[in-house]
Design a protein around this ligand. Structure first.
Ligand SMILES: NC(=O)c1ccc[n+]([C@@H]2O[C@H](COP(=O)([O-])OP(=O)(O)OC[C@H]3O[C@@H](n4cnc5c(N)ncnc54)[C@H](O)[C@@H]3O)[C@@H](O)[C@H]2O)c1
Length: 411
């Protein structure tokens, strides 16, 4: 870790994206003001407790002690920063359309405190045009009087939590500003924390590239999910088919089926693209179909579980691994929730087990109650073959990870 400060950086939102960024920047010499509107998040961070798996509490404590990182709820502190990066949630509303209220409110809170010359960078995922049509316009309305020279850039985050190989540093960063100076300033910032910074011709290209990446995953996952019932009918193991196809050295990429898609990216980002296309009166049926296929998986796997249950006197079923992916405690959009609701609809009592998760949507935690069946939604760290075999009931494995367990039946 470096001793001399490169400058002052404010990061808005201290979650899965903002906290690793804060730590990465503080480590290379930035003095980081980590702003979050949640007092619980800030209190924990002040005490050196990390709530994000990829950031260790030891590192956090060291940066706090060196005063390289200062968590705060106060937006006023932005006034000392040269760079301000926004990393707040961009979810969907109840109709499945982009809900940019959090982003808008974050920009409104930031605006009055930016000094002239500051670079405002958006890392939050959103539709093409967000920087120019939304953020810039809110800033125009709310910025402090007399502060005219603010630079705007887009640099969508591509982080994959719990990925040991591709992290914030090793994953190339796409950057583009609203003008030449903004692009250069943003590039110069990211080159202090990322090995490769790629300039694209406009913020819209950067914003849409991020959506394309996750839409690519969404449609490919949907493709293999759609092949699950079909290959079952043929008596062919879909995972073996995918592995076999994956031996082709070019033109194919392995995606695997599962209980659905979860997290803050795959189920959401394609909907931002879809919404934008509808604004222009353009259909993107490929994305719509993929969304439908993936959204139907929890119902499909729940029915499959019920089919393999031999004796359902107890009516207790167990969901193993409830976070949306292995190695994280993040429950956002996890298909486990839909699976639980489907099983409840069919008259089962849902219990759950997940070594990383503390509570799950009000469902009762498993503590050796009698069961009639179980389903593995996520191959969570800490769930092992012995645990699965000890359940002594049929277990539907949606992950392919527990194929050796004697009681596991593959999706
Ligand atoms: N989680 C991922 O794997 C991932 C990967 C790439 C991109 N993204 C994108 O990054 C953005 C942030 O996602 P995340 O996963 O870090 O979310 P998160 O929920 O983990 O963290 C967001 C933080 O922002 C805070 N916050 C909310 N409103 C705020 C406001 N007005 N002012 C200040 N703080 C506020 C929240 O309290 C929270 O701590 C989203 O657009 C997401 O799509 C996420």
């Amino acid at each position: 870790m470096q001793g001399q400060s490169r400058g002052i950086l404010a990061i808005i939102g201290q979650g899965y994206v903002g906290l690793p960024l804060s730590v990465a920047a503080a480590k290379v010499g930035w003095t980081v003001i980590g702003i979050d509107k949640s007092s619980k998040v800030i209190e924990g961070l002040r005490q050196g407790r990390s709530h994000i798996e990829d950031v260790s509490s030891a590192t956090l404590s060291e940066l706090l002690a060196r005063k390289s990182y200062r968590p705060t709820e106060s937006f006023e502190e932005i006034s000392s920063a040269e760079i301000c990066v926004v990393c707040v949630p961009t979810p969907l509303d109840e109709n499945g359309n982009p809900n940019t209220e959090i982003l808008e409110s974050a920009i409104e809170s930031v605006a009055p405190h930016l000094k002239a010359g500051t670079v405002l960078i958006n890392e939050s995922t959103s539709y093409p045009g967000t920087l120019r049509d939304l953020i810039f316009k809110i800033m125009e309305k709310h910025r402090a009087e007399g502060v005219s020279e603010i630079h705007f850039a887009s640099a969508p985050e591509r982080i994959d939590p719990n990925n040991d190989k591709w992290d914030l540093k090793s994953t190339p960063r796409l950057v583009s500003g609203l003008d030449r100076e903004a692009t250069d300033l943003a590039k110069s910032f990211y080159s202090t924390i990322c090995s490769q910074v790629i300039e694209v011709s406009s913020p819209e290209v950067a914003e849409m590239a991020k959506l394309l990446e996750n839409t690519f995953r969404q449609v490919n996952i949907a493709l293999v999910n759609q092949l699950v019932p079909f290959s079952r009918e043929l008596g062919i193991d879909i995972r073996e088919v995918i592995k076999a196809a994956g031996t082709k050295p070019y033109g194919f990429m392995e995606f695997y089926p599962g209980a659905g898609v979860g997290g803050h990216c795959i189920p959401i980002d394609p909907m931002y693209l879809l919404w934008k296309s509808r604004q222009l009166g353009i259909d993107l049926p490929f994305i719509e179909n993929a969304d439908r296929v993936n959204a139907n998986m929890p119902a499909y796997v729940s029915k499959r579980l019920v089919e393999i249950i031999k004796d359902d006197k107890s009516k207790n079923v167990l969901i193993c691994g409830v976070s949306y992916k292995s190695g994280v405690a993040d429950l956002r959009e996890s298909p486990a929730h839909q699976v639980a609701l489907e099983l409840e609809k069919m008259g089962y009592k849902v219990l759950w087990s997940d070594p990383l998760v503390e509570s799950f949507q009000g469902f009762e935690k498993y503590s050796n109650q009698g069961l009639c069946g179980a389903i593995i939604v996520t191959a969570q760290v800490g769930l092992d073959r012995q645990f699965i075999e000890n359940l002594k009931v049929p277990v539907l494995d949606c992950t392919g990870v527990f194929s050796l367990a004697t009681n596991a039946i593959q999706l």
